[in-house]
Design a protein around this ligand. Structure first.
Ligand code: PLP
Length: 421
């Protein structure tokens, strides 16, 4: 009710909002950049490259890393999710500050890059890779200190994939470490119940030269949105299922403390501070907090990732193709459509965060996108607009080198991962 004024009657532009005869007219939601974005605007106008860039606020990022590390606690391992932070120097910062060398990887070219850049890391695959991707990894593994036999844990979800990997290990004369994906309620695949583990462990036990069992991975993002604590029945269920698998491994003679028992992600990591079922928790996105991560357990984390893009054009009236009457009527109805800007690029998985109060887009273009605002927004051509990506993993790869900054200084840029290799 605060954001809109209520009009009763059928007159005006027919933007019905719910009940018959009741129309909601948008309030003027526009405002100038606040101090934070105003400073960034000055910084980019002074030192920026004049094109869309992906900014990272390193101070906010450090705050977020500390929050995650505290949440994981000292007894468990914090594993950094590489796909959500796809840049070697970015990962370096996170690993150094979090004092961890554990990574989770989801893409073969990134895995090769990790072996090269972080030869001391312990790398768990976050999804089961096609055999050909595993084979490519070994083929491309150059002369690095990375000891794949002891540092990569391949994720296996079915007996068939285990057989395929075993055949590859024999063919290459190598040992492969095996971590099993287990279904703890997400139903995205993995071993469906603890009994499924026994024959697989038995196969591994018969071929110690080529296979080694190193742990379990049970991801549970379906707990997101429940505002769940450890006592929540859905959390208990996840942990009970996980324990069932651990018991099965113990029955087969494995010491649970020596296994990598991985779970969680940024959304849910905060649940497990006082629980010991899993000893290895993952998070990536929470380090930079895109909008999809404005969730309960990340309440204290700060948005640290922004697309900044220059304004190319400004008009003090709405211009749209087609009927000119509509271009006159829409701003009368919606004050947030009285000024029209075109930004450099657009149509990203992202939302404008500053200036505030932009109207829903009239259309989107990856080349130059229209943004309409109220007259309370008074930016000029060459000023910047700022967007928050909805997710980091894909969007961070769309801008070339990342632009980290600290206060009012741009730092050296950080290259992103290559998609191929
Ligand atoms: C297996 C697995 N673990 C953890 C994560 C969490 O990553 P993030 O913290 O970036 O959400 C994901 C995300 O997709 C995942 O697939």
């Amino acid at each position: 009710m605060k954001r809109r004024s209520l009009l009763v009657g059928g007159a005006g532009i027919a933007l019905a909002a719910g009940g018959a005869g009741v129309l909601w007219r948008p309030d003027d939601m526009g405002a100038p950049h606040n101090d934070y974005f105003s400073n960034l605007n000055s910084l980019l106008k002074r030192d920026g490259p004049g094109r869309p860039v992906m900014l990272i606020d390193t101070e906010r990022m450090n705050t977020n890393i500390d929050l995650i590390v505290n949440s994981v606690g000292r007894e468990k391992i914090y594993r950094v999710v590489v796909k959500s932070l796809p840049s070697v120097p970015l990962l370096e910062q996170v690993m150094r500050r979090a004092r961890t060398t554990s990574l989770m990887v989801f893409h073969q070219p990134f895995l090769n890059a990790i072996a090269e850049a972080f030869p001391e890391s312990d790398t768990l695959l976050g999804k089961p890779m096609p055999l050909a991707a595993a084979a490519t990894f070994y083929k491309k593994l150059g002369n690095t200190k990375y000891d794949a036999a002891n540092q990569v844990q391949w994720l296996i979800d079915t007996p068939k994939r285990l057989q395929q990997y075993q055949a590859l290990a024999r063919q290459l004369g190598i040992k492969m470490r095996i971590n099993f994906e287990i279904d703890v309620g997400l139903h995205r695949g993995g071993l469906p119940e603890p009994d499924a583990l026994a024959p697989l462990l038995s196969s591994i036990g018969k071929d110690p030269e080529h296979l080694q069992f190193t742990g379990l991975m049970g991801y549970e993002p379906h707990l997101t949105g429940l505002q769940a604590s450890l006592a929540h029945p859905a959390v208990r269920q996840v942990l009970d299922i996980f324990k069932g698998f651990i018991d099965q491994a113990k029955t087969a003679g494995f010491d649970a403390e020596k296994l990598t028992l991985n779970g969680a992600g940024s959304h849910t990591l905060g649940i497990y501070h006082r629980d010991k079922t899993m000893n290895d928790l993952s998070a990536g996105s929470g380090v930079v907090k895109p909008t999809d991560f404005d969730t309960y357990h990340l309440n204290e984390n700060l948005p640290a990732l922004f697309i900044a893009t220059p304004i190319l054009k400004r008009y003090d009236e709405l211009k749209i193709p087609g009927d000119p009457a509509l271009a006159k009527l829409l701003p009368l109805w919606n004050p947030n459509m009285r000024r029209l800007y075109y930004i450099y690029g657009g149509y990203w998985k992202a939302r404008v965060v500053s200036p505030p109060g932009v109207a829903d887009p009239i259309y989107q273009s990856t080349n130059q996108s229209p943004i309409t605002t109220s007259t309370a927004v008074d930016l000029e051509v060459d000023d910047y607009m700022f967007l928050r990506p909805t997710q980091s993993e894909h969007v961070m790869l769309q801008f070339g080198d990342l632009y980290p900054f600290k206060g009012d200084q741009l730092l050296d840029t950080w290259p992103i991962f290559h998609q191929t290799g």
